[in-house]
Structure formats: C-alpha cells, structure tokens
Design a protein around this ligand. Sequence first.
Ligand SMILES: Nc1ncnc2c1ncn2[C@@H]1O[C@H](COP(=O)(O)OP(=O)(O)OP(=O)(O)O)[C@@H](O)[C@H]1O
Length: 926
Amino acid sequence: ATLPPRASGSTFGNETDLAALLDLKKRITPLHVMSSWNDSIHFCSWVGVTCNNSTNRVIILKLNSKNLVGSLPPSIGNLSHLTGINLVNNSFSGEIPQEMGRLQSLRSLNLSYNSFGGKIPTNISHCTQLSMLDLQHNEITGSVPDQLSSLMSLNHLWLTINNLTGTIPNWIGNFSSLKSLLGQNNFHGSIPNELGRLTSLESLGLDSNNLSGMVPSSIYNISSMSLFSVLDNQLHGELPPNIGINLPNLQLFAGGLNKFTGTIPTSFSNSSRLRALDLGYNGLVGTLPAANLGRLQRLVWINFSHNRLESGKTGNLNFLSFLANCTSLQSLALNNNHFEGELPRSIGNLSTQLNSLVLGRNLIRGSIPDDIGNLLSLNVIGMEQNYLSGIVPDGIGKLQKLVTLNLRTNRFSGLIPSSIGNLTSLTLLYMYENRFAGSIPPNIGNCQSLLELDLSNNNMSGTIPRELVGISSLSISLYLSNNYLTGSLPSEVGDLIHLVELDVSGNKLSSEIPTTLGHCIMLMHLRLEGNEFEGTIPQSLKNLRSLEEIDISRNNLSGQIPEFLGKFPFLHYLNLSYNDFEGELPKEGIFSNASGLSVIGNNRLCGGLPKLRLHACSIKKSHSSQRLLAPKVVIPIACALAFIISLSCFIVARSKVKKSRGGPVGSRSYEGWKSISYLELVQSTGGFSMDNLIGSGSFGSVYKGVLPTDGRVVAVKVFNLQQRGASKSFIDECKVLRSILPHRNLLKIISACSSIDNQGNNFNSLIFEFMENGSLDSWLHPRDDDESQSKRLSLIRRLNIAIDVASALDHLHHLCETTIVHCDLKPSNPSNVLLGEDMVAHVGDFGLARFLLEASDSSSQSQTISAGLKGSICYIPPENGLSQIHIGLSCSALSPSEQMQMNVVVNKMKATRDSYLNFRGRRKRS
Ligand SMILES: Nc1ncnc2c1ncn2[C@@H]1O[C@H](COP(=O)(O)OP(=O)(O)OP(=O)(O)O)[C@@H](O)[C@H]1O
C-alpha cells in the first residue's frame, strides 16, 4: 500500500508497530540502507515493510540480502500482525528472541544465511501457523526443542548447516504436510521410523551428521520423494530391490560416504526422472546395472567410486556402451573399484556433455580409444593406476576444455602426443610412472595454464625443451626426474617464478646450473641430484631464501660451497655429497646441524662439524686466527670495546636524565629501544617527503627512511595528532609494543619518538623495521594502476603466510606475559600483515590491540586465518579444503571456548601444507 508522505509516521498507523520498527532500526547498520526508515514517510512505505491495506499493520518484513549487520530486538514480538519475516543473507547475529513466539500469525520465518547463534527459542512453538521455518546456515546450537512438536502446519523445516546436536525428534513424523526436511548438523542416533509417515515428503536431506543404523524401509516407500540425500553418515544396510518402483519421482539419490552394502538395485531405472545417483564410498558389490541405468535419459551424475564393483562374468567394460543412452550425462565416476577389461571404442559415444570421466584405480587394460576425442566437453580425465598400455591417442588433443589429465602409473609407451600442446586449459598433467619414450614435445609449452606437470619415471630422452621450462604458470611443481634427459637445464627455467618444487633428478643433464635459476624465488624444494651438472653453485641462488630442501648430490660440481646456503632460514635438508667441492664448509645455519646435511664424497672439503668427519682446514687459516688472538690484537680490540660500551652507557644515562627533565625538543625513547630524535627522522625520510610516503592509515602516515646512524631501512609511522583518537592510539600501541616479546612474525619495533616538531607542535611516531614486500593486502588485491598487477601469490606462499600470521597470534595469545589480542586483523583488507624480504609475514599495527583482561570483544581475536586462505581453496585437495574451512569456522566461533587455540591452528595449517605438497597420491620420494 502506498500511502501519502506524512510528517510523522505515527499519525497514520499503529504506534506499537512504529516503535518496534524503530527499535529494530537502532540495532542495524549500515544506516544508509535503512535511510527510508524515517519520519518523512509512513512506515508502511519503508523499504522492506509491507502493511495490510485496511489495518495499516505490518504484515511482512522483507530485508533480505542487504548486507545488514545487527541483531533482533525482543520488541520484534510486538509486530503482532506479521505473517512473514525474510532476513535471508545478511549478517544478523545474537540469539533469536523468545518474543518471536508472540507472532501468532506468522506463517513464514526465514532467517537463513546469517550468523544467528544460541538455541532455537522454544516459544516459536506458539507460532502454530508456521508453514516455513528456515534457519539454515546460521550458528545455532543445542538440540531441536520438543516444544516445536506443536508446529503441525509446517511444510518446510530447514535447519541445515548449524551446530545442532542430539537426535532427530521422532515427532517430526506427525507433521503430515511436511514437504522438506533438511538438516546438515551434528545429529546422532538413527533416522526415526516415524519419518516414514511423512507421506507428503519431497525432500529429505540429512547429509553430514553422525547418523547410524539402517534407513527405515518405510522411507524408501514415500512415493512423493524427489530428493533423498544422506551423504556422509554411518548408515548401513542394503538398498531395497524395488527402490525405483516405490520412488517414481526420485530426482536425486545420494547415499555416498556411508556403509551401504549389497548390490545396486536395477529398479533405479523406474525412477525415470533421476538426475543424480551418488553412492560413492560404500561397500557395494556386484556389477553396474548399466543396461538399466542407460534408460535414464535425464541422468546427469553417476558416482559409484570407492566401492567393490566389478565387470562381472563378461570380464570387460562393454557395459559402458549402454550409458551412451544417458544423453545428459555430465559426470561418470567409477574409480577405485575392481572393474577390468579394455575400454570399448564406444566410450567415444558417451554424452557429448560429459565433463568428468573418472576411471582411475581399477584393473583396466588395453589402450585409450582415439574416439575419446569426441567427448569435447571433458574437463577431467582420471585413468591413473590401471594397466593401460599403448600410445596415448592423438585425439586427446581435441579436448580443449581439459583441465586435469591424470594418466599416471599405467603402462603407456611411445611418444607423448604433440597434440597435447592444444590443451591450453590444462592445469594438472600427470603422466608419471609409465613407459613414455622419445623427446618431450616442445609444444607442451603452449599449455600456459599448467600449475603442475609430472613426467617423472618414464623413459624419455632428448633435451628439456626451452618451451617447457618457460611455462610461467607452473606454480606447484615440475617433475622430470628419473628419465634419460640430456643437455643443459635451459636458462628459461628462470621464468618459473611461481614454482615451489623443481625436480629434474636422475637424468643425464650436464653443463652448468643456469644462473637464471636464482629468479625462481618461490622454490622450496630443489632436486638436481644424479645428473652431470658441472661448474660451481651460482651466486644467484642466494635469492632463493624460501628453500627448505636442496639435493644436488651426485653431480660434477666443484668450487667453494657458498656462505649464503648457511643463511637460508628454512633450509633443513642439504645434500651436496659426491661432487668435487673444495675449501672450508660454512658454519652457520644448516652447516651447524649435521642431521640435515650430507657432504660425503667431496674429498677436498674441510672443517665443519666433527660429526661430518672432514679433515681440518689448512694451517694458514688457523694461523691467522691464532694471530687474531695474539695480545697485540686482543688488547686494542678490548680497549676499543670497553670504550664503545662506556660511551653507550654514557649516552643512555644522559638520555635518561634528559627524559626525566622532559626537555621540550628532546625525543623520548623507550627502554631497550634505540634512541632516535626528531631531527634524525627528518633526515632519514628526506624531511618526510612525498617520495618516501608509503601510505596512510586512519591515524597517520608511514614513510620509508634510512637511519643516518646505522644505515638501517625503516618505516616511520607519524601520527596525525589532529585526528581524534590518534594520540591515544599512539600511547596504546606503545604500551602493547613494550610488553610484547619479539617474534619472527611480529613487526619489529625499533623505536618510538615523542617530541616537538620544527613548528613547535607535538610529534609522535613509531619506527619499525621496513617490510620491503609491502602489505598482504597489496598482494591479494592489487590496484589497477599499480605495478603490483604482476604480483601473484602461489598457494603454498598463501599457506605459509597464513601459518606465519597464526604463529604470531599464537605468540600474542599464549607466549607473552599477558595475553594480547590484536583486534585489527581484517580478512577483507589485511593491510596489517606485512611481508618482509623473504615473503615472511609480520603482523603489525597494535593500535587496537588489548591485553586480554581489557578486551571488550575477545571474539575478534582470531579473525585472521582466512586472510591467507582467500581464493586458495580451489587448488587444495578437497579433504584439505574442508579442513581449512573447519579451521576458519572454529576460529571465528563466537564463544572463546569454542575457538581453536592458535597453536592448534598453526599445527593444522602446517599439516595441510605438508599434505598438500604431497597430494596427488604420489609415491614417496626418497
Ligand atoms: N613496516 C612497514 N614496512 C612497509 N610498509 C609499511 C610498514 N608499516 C606500514 N606500512 C604500510 O603503510 C601504509 C599505512 O599503514 P598504517 O598502519 O598507518 O595504516 P593501515 O593499516 O593501512 O590502515 P589503518 O590504520 O586504518 O588500519 C600501509 O599501506 C602499510 O602497508
């Protein structure tokens, strides 16, 4: 009803409704969305409000998808004429008020996709007219209250994705008009028999609970059922033979990830509307009733992976021909079964819509028919770990949409078809553990979307094509190990600037290690062992500070072992054995710990830890070191040191006196921090010139500077004291910074300067170590105009950053004297995570940090972890992706007791990283 504008909304309508709406408005931000909720128009014309024409009472409140943040006030219960509430897809939190129970005309309550917590209010039981209760995707806890048994008019009960516990109440079986019941929660126990009485039920979704026992047979008789999904529980038993006859309306049947046994009922062919059949990860036996399934023209999705199915008496795969009749089929997953026999040519007749064909880990023999090239929609081919042989047909090059091609661990031979270069969308190519021979086709270099390429453990010869190592998209790994490759490692390897793992070991590669390898700054694992490389270790490799493992053993390398290897912070495995290195071993880092180091078979090396059993280095050196210890040398050095120490004591003492006098233009430094004056800061930042301005935040600007005293590069954060709150932020930040014990992942404070500037105004600044790779934000969200456009973070780098951030928080939460909560780490704009020289993340900006006792909202303490994960889930294997989501959810739980401890987060993230690096189910590398 459109009512004429009025000066006062209350004149026309009901005072109670107006008051309740205003009360609601008070709790909601952002205000601009609610700007129409003002006095100038009647509340019946406010956005999202619908009134009854004659009574002017609010009947519908519809504020879905408006980015609203807030909570529901108890006064919502005063909108007593409401029939519908729709707040879907906002960020409402807090409990759903019990006063909702006063809305006795309510027929539809949809609060889904918010962050409501607490329990389901028992008073909702008074809303007996409710036909739709949708609370899905919230954080609701507790069990489903028995009081809800009075909601006999319910058509739809959607509780999915909450934290509900307990059992599924059997009284739901009395809701005779119930059409859909969805609940992915933590329910346990069995599915109540009573649900079989729901004769109007169309959708039953009970995925991902802890349900056990058998599915009551009466449920398989609800003929109205179109969607049945109980994925990921512990249900057991056999599927009834007449299932398809009794469920003629079935469109989706998903029982994957359970313990179902027995055979696949042929009667599914009677469910003529069936679109998806998912029974993967069960204990099903027997054959695939393909002739029956072939009658299901609408079938889009078939998944019987991870069962014990077999080819049956025929011992072949000809049954696949029947599936050609499923003209809508998009995904066929039969992997991890006992299917045997050859792939029939008719595989090329499968639906042209097929985008995923997954047949890996069976006993399939023979070759891949060339006709596979007909399946033009294919994104994924998985045929790994079978007994496939012969050549890979050229036709594969027609599959231009292919993203994953997994042919590993088979008996393929011959050349890799050059048509592979047509597969420009390919991201993962696994052909390892086969018998491929000949050269690697150079046009593989056209596959410019590849993230990972593994051709290892084949019989390939010839040189490594330049084009291959020029695939700059490669950012997970490149494995060419254990072949017969010759020639040099092409200098184009330097294009692999995102690559994490490079393994060309066990070939016949010769010449020098290219200096361009030093460009691959993301490398964590470098394996060149078992080749014929010669010359020295190039100096350029000193850039590769992320390296964790280096194996260059069994080559012809010579020269000195460079010092920089001892400075790599993460290096824990270095194998230099069986080369011809000479001279003294460096002493630092990896060289100080014999367990990760191997140098045997280098007879001209000397020094090092006694455990390495190298001979002592030449007298000349020890002579000179003895000379160093001679009194002639020692005495002047000692005197100089004593002088320096007394001088610094004097300076410190003098500065303390100055401090206590509080001289107007003196600067104040803090104990243990370097003393830096205002003038020094002016000098170091070129007079705070625009050229040195790094950026500005809410309370001031940050400048790059070089300290005149020691040449150290710093970031000077100058507080804009005109800005309200800036002075307090400076004091608070100093307070927190002084109490933090240093940590590798915390931004290091060098000094604070509290002084008077050259115009006589107060001047406050903090001086930090300069982070040369800027903020994480600038990497995750490069600006259009920015040279940072070219910035890209590999997944592994993102994981490492997330681990760094979590480690910093762990330190703040658990390892400082008083627990400190940061309170200002925003996943959407992680400008307070800064990246140092080696891309090591440092958490900074403690302006809002609180000692735990002071923290008003401890829930904010763990908001960060998702920052590092954003955008990365897509490359994580699904099980790891889930574990990341789990970590994210746990960290953002509102109640501190439910939040995961940061040290657990760190460990879990590390486990994810490690398992990610080993993902692809590859064999263990020695
Ligand atoms: N030690 C540092 N090294 C390099 N850049 C830094 C350093 N400290 C801060 N910066 C950069 O300076 C800019 C301003 O930082 P500042 O902490 O003042 O504000 P912010 O974090 O962007 O915003 P806000 O204070 O509103 O949260 C940011 O771009 C930040 O990445």
